[in-house]
Design a protein. Structure first.
Length: 394
């Protein structure tokens, strides 16, 4: 093993016998560690080293020796080549991600999602070298007030204008995810393991992204989640990290995104004319048509002053009594709307010969499982190809 002058480990690549030296990238260790949801102390305990050593590796002050590097790759379930490859060029800088909670209790979860969001960007940028994805068509809305808060009518107008810009009428949307993908919004649905994450969205340069959780949620719930994230992309493009970390501001921003989602899925021009009863069974039939949960419909009726506060309270009590809080009628019959844009792009470039599955592995450098999860493809597409370059110590 030879130590480089800038305190990184040099590794000898066996692939091609080209004699290239591979340098450990500190940020890659931190990114992969966070992706599996462990902190530095937990990682150090697994490795059998001190937390200070892990901190120094991730800051670039020192580098892991060869034995530790291979152990790191094994524990974090990434190929060695991932840790020795610079981050690729992407679309630009990343915006804040719209997680629904911040603070000490959710720090680990948010950091885990941060890693996955960067991986989605990198995987998408790589595909853009060979295929043209739809250009983003997302409104950039802003409040009239100087404090950043929207009035209800402004949110309704934003949702209405979004429908107009996308050529929609005022009826039910057949497939929310497919619609948003057709407008250049990149989706991934992944088992990224973070608890209490339904969805989150963010920008990288001029490209919008949405991550949906594969761990939970009915079709109706995840359609609302997608529309909620669209609300963030439209309404909150300029929001800062400091604003999101303020509990009161975050609560307002989340309420605004919820209002947008309701307005986008259930337009005030048409939906109220179909509400004829306060009986839950009536909302089940409307759910079949609009693909929006009974609970979300009730909140929408409250937003539009169709029902009084007492009527809404009674409906919510009935939902609880019927045990519909977690599972409603029709949930088992409505299929999830899975993202397909990236999957189709991969199928296009591999079937056309523009690139092979091995090219994807060797360029993105993530594990087969991570790449397959992000693209929504089976791992079998990669066959027995190794993930990137195998490396041994010189």
């Amino acid at each position: 093993m030879t130590m480089a002058s800038n305190n990184v480990v040099d590794l000898w690549s066996r692939v091609g016998g080209d004699g290239k030296f591979r340098k450990v990238i500190p940020e890659r260790i931190r990114e992969a560690r966070r992706a599996v949801g462990i902190n530095q102390r937990e990682f150090a305990d697994i490795l059998g080293v001190t937390p200070q050593s892990v901190s120094q590796w991730e800051q670039g002050a020192k580098s892991p020796d060869g034995a530790n590097l291979f152990q790191i790759a094994n524990i974090l379930k990434q190929p060695v080549s991932y840790f020795t490859t610079d981050r690729p060029t992407v679309f630009g800088g990343s915006s804040v991600a719209f997680y629904r909670a911040f603070g000490a209790k959710t720090k680990k979860r948010n950091e885990q999602c941060d890693s996955w969001k960067e991986w989605l960007v990198q995987a998408t940028a790589f595909l853009c070298n060979a295929v043209k994805l739809p250009d983003p068509i997302v409104l950039d809305w802003g409040p009239s007030s100087g404090n950043g808060a929207y009035r209800s009518e402004e949110i309704e107008a934003a949702a209405r204008e979004c429908r107009r810009a996308w050529g929609l009428g005022d009826g039910p949307i057949a497939n929310v995810v497919a619609l948003m993908e057709s407008k250049g919004i990149i989706f991934a649905r992944s088992h990224f393991g973070a608890e209490d994450v339904n969805a989150f969205s963010y920008w990288n340069g001029a490209r919008p992204f949405v991550f949906l959780s594969a761990e939970s949620g009915s079709c109706a719930r995840q359609r609302f989640d997608a529309a909620h994230e669209l609300g963030h992309l439209v309404l909150h493009r300029g929001v800062s990290t400091d604003e999101l970390e303020d509990a009161r501001t975050l609560k307002r921003i989340e309420a605004e995104a919820n209002r947008f989602a309701g307005a986008f899925l259930l337009p005030e021009e048409t939906y109220p004319h179909e509400v004829f009863t306060t009986r839950l069974e009536g909302f089940v039939e409307l759910k079949r048509r609009w693909k929006v949960s009974v609970q979300a419909q009730i909140y929408r009726c409250h937003d539009l002053s169709i029902f009084t506060d007492d009527q809404v309270l009674n409906l919510r009590k009935s939902i609880s009594k019927n045990r519909w809080l977690k599972k409603e009628p029709l949930d088992d019959l409505m299929q999830l709307e899975n993202p397909t844009l990236l999957k189709k792009a991969v199928e296009l470039v591999t079937s056309s010969g523009a690139m092979s599955a091995e090219d994807i592995l060797n360029n993105i450098r993530l594990s087969k499982e991570c790449i397959a999860s992000i693209y929504g493809i089976p791992t079998s597409i990669f066959g027995n190809h190794d993930e990137g370059e195998a490396a041994t110590l010189k």
